[in-house]
Write a protein of this length. Structure first.
Length: 324
């Protein structure tokens, strides 16, 4: 082996040019039950290869003003600049990672007696009269930072929705695994205990639905037909073993499909066992987590901050209307 070959073999990726695509202003990688430092350390710029990378920046948002009226471009540009300033740390004065950021009043719902209700009415106006329109749920969504808050919003909207509620219960059991220790006693884990577990990326034991309710797939079913993890659909009808739904996001909008139960197994290594749950791989999605919304194309978004998370201002909710 000559000297040039030796140097190439020791180079990062063997000297090949590799392009990474990322938005450094998006949410950090999710580390289950991780601390802030663990989430930061999971990001690519904490990697040992980061010093070998060259950062190329995109500075102009080409999609933000597409199809907009000339009278709206200035407002949209100002909003985009404000977001960039937040990402650059130019808002809130000098800081060491934490700062107080004032949200413009035109993005907030102020002096509200029922913040969640007002936010719902903003994102989904006249929902009881218009939910049958094919594009009604296509570009609108409620967002919240935590799954617990998302579930609270979804339950409230499900109660407001017309029609009879249909309930589907999962079949839960312990999955076989070679990693289970010899001291493990399956008798300690009753069906009721397994039914009560709510796992990240898994449907709940109890799934309550109504006709017309928006849902989201939690697993990839058929890539060619656009039925992937994160695809949003709307319930059309119920069967004993299948649910009929039509796609309301992605490339196959209007396509109707049948969703059946599947067996899902947890991969959380912090549990002393692996849970096997047979259930429909869907969840109600009037609201979704901020993390789950990444990659979605939305023009009307309501952000519900029950507790201060990203902004240290004592407000419960705000709304944003912008492309993507």
């Amino acid at each position: 082996m000559n000297g040039d070959s030796a140097n190439t073999s020791e180079a990062v990726f063997g000297g090949k040019v590799v392009v990474f695509g990322s938005d450094f202003r998006q949410i950090l990688p999710v580390v289950t039950n991780g601390t802030r430092s663990e989430c930061v350390n999971a990001f690519i710029n904490s990697s040992y290869i980061w010093s070998k990378c060259k950062v190329l920046k995109l500075t102009k948002n080409m999609r933000l003003t597409v199809g907009c009226r000339s009278s709206d471009i200035q407002n949209i540009t100002e909003f985009a600049d404000w977001l960039l300033d937040i990402g650059q740390g130019n808002v809130g004065g000098p800081n060491t990672g934490e700062a107080v950021i004032d949200i413009p009043d035109d993005l907030l719902i102020l002096n509200s007696v029922d913040p969640m209700g007002d936010l719902i009415r903003f994102v989904y106006p006249n929902i009881l009269d218009r939910f049958n329109e094919l594009t009604y749920f296509q570009y609108s969504a409620l967002l919240a930072p935590l799954n617990e808050v998302v579930q609270e919003i979804n339950e409230r909207m499900l109660d407001l929705f017309p029609g009879e509620e249909v309930e589907y219960l999962s079949s839960d059991s312990l999955a076989e695994s070679e990693d289970i220790s010899e001291d493990f006693d399956p008798q300690l884990y009753s069906p009721d205990l397994l039914n009560g577990l709510k796992m990240l990326g898994m449907p709940n034991h109890r799934l309550a639905l109504k006709v017309g309710v928006p849902i989201m797939l939690l697993r990839n079913i058929n890539h060619k037909k656009g039925l992937c993890n994160g695809t949003r659909l709307q319930v059309v009808s119920f069967g004993r073993r299948v649910i009929e739904a039509k796609v309301v996001s992605g490339t196959n909008i209007g396509y109707c499909t049948l969703i059946s139960r599947v067996s899902l197994t947890t991969t959380d290594k912090k549990l002393p066992f692996r849970l096997k749950r047979r259930q429909f791989p869907i969840s109600v999605c009037f609201a979704m987590t901020i993390n789950k919304s990444q990659g979605q194309s939305l023009s009307k978004v309501g952000l519900y901050l029950k507790d201060p998370v990203f902004f240290s201002r004592s407000t419960l909710c705000c709304f944003v209307t912008s492309e993507d």
